[in-house]
Design a protein around this ligand. Sequence first.
Ligand SMILES: NC(=O)c1ccc[n+]([C@@H]2O[C@H](COP(=O)([O-])OP(=O)(O)OC[C@H]3O[C@@H](n4cnc5c(N)ncnc54)[C@H](OP(=O)(O)O)[C@@H]3O)[C@@H](O)[C@H]2O)c1
Length: 254
Amino acid sequence: MSRRIWLTGASSGIGAALAEQLLQAGHRLAVSARSEAPLQVLAARYPGQVLVLAGDLSDAAQVRAIGAAIHAQWGALDTLIVNAGTCEYLEVRDFQAAMIERVMRANLFSASYCIEAALPLLRAGIKPHLAGVSSSVTYLPLPRAQAYGASKAALRYLLEALRIDLAAEGIDVTVISPGFVDTPLTQKNDFPMPLRWSAAKAAAHIAKRLEQRPLEIAFPGVFIAILWLLAHLPKRLQLSIGKRMARSSAKEPL
Ligand SMILES: NC(=O)c1ccc[n+]([C@@H]2O[C@H](COP(=O)([O-])OP(=O)(O)OC[C@H]3O[C@@H](n4cnc5c(N)ncnc54)[C@H](OP(=O)(O)O)[C@@H]3O)[C@@H](O)[C@H]2O)c1
């Protein structure tokens, strides 16, 4: 059945590939990102299915306007997928709190603005579903990932705690935790990214799993299993491994 879905970060990478999957499945999509041109291309390719709602999601007023536009067009929302985000790595010798603030704004505050705008619409929707793209970085601390990891761990907590309070209203919450995915975001990385998936493969996996409304969609399986094992080692051992990773420029956070 066709659903009314608001997908953020649909202009590139995982979001753009996921938009394709969802549109091909016949859903209606409200798509948001700062760059409007790729969203308009989607709208032209899938006439009548796409609502282009560009804007800077780290600006609460712009997000409220997007929510109002969805309300005016659809009156309700069945699914929100909070996917928009960014990554910056921290140089510990040049620790800048402003960078942490920037990444938290992009990954956590923007998501909370979207959730605020979407919740009243989801309450009027059919089998409402809230999903958010966190990261497998949240499974254990990794060097240089302080800002990114903190923002994604905070997003995970926000979603998992919301899940409890929204259960009574029948709103399901799914946390999406990708490993490495080949996107413009990771193409900037200058280190090996083991078991990296293409954006198309990641999007196909997410789209398929979303239908089952699991609590978590984490992939690739082998990568997640390795992280899980590392995360369950004693903290001292984790620190020793982390220190070795920090010394080697060949190993960096996801
Ligand atoms: N790629 C990976 O390996 C990986 C792994 C784990 C988690 N993730 C997460 O997956 C999500 C998608 O990342 P990606 O890899 O697909 O990166 P990407 O290609 O850079 O896509 C990021 C998307 O977010 C949008 N965006 C960023 N800041 C925004 C803002 N302030 N307002 C509106 N839109 C904004 C971008 O659009 P505009 O620039 O046009 O605004 C773009 O559409 C992110 O949350 C990322 O942290 C990625």
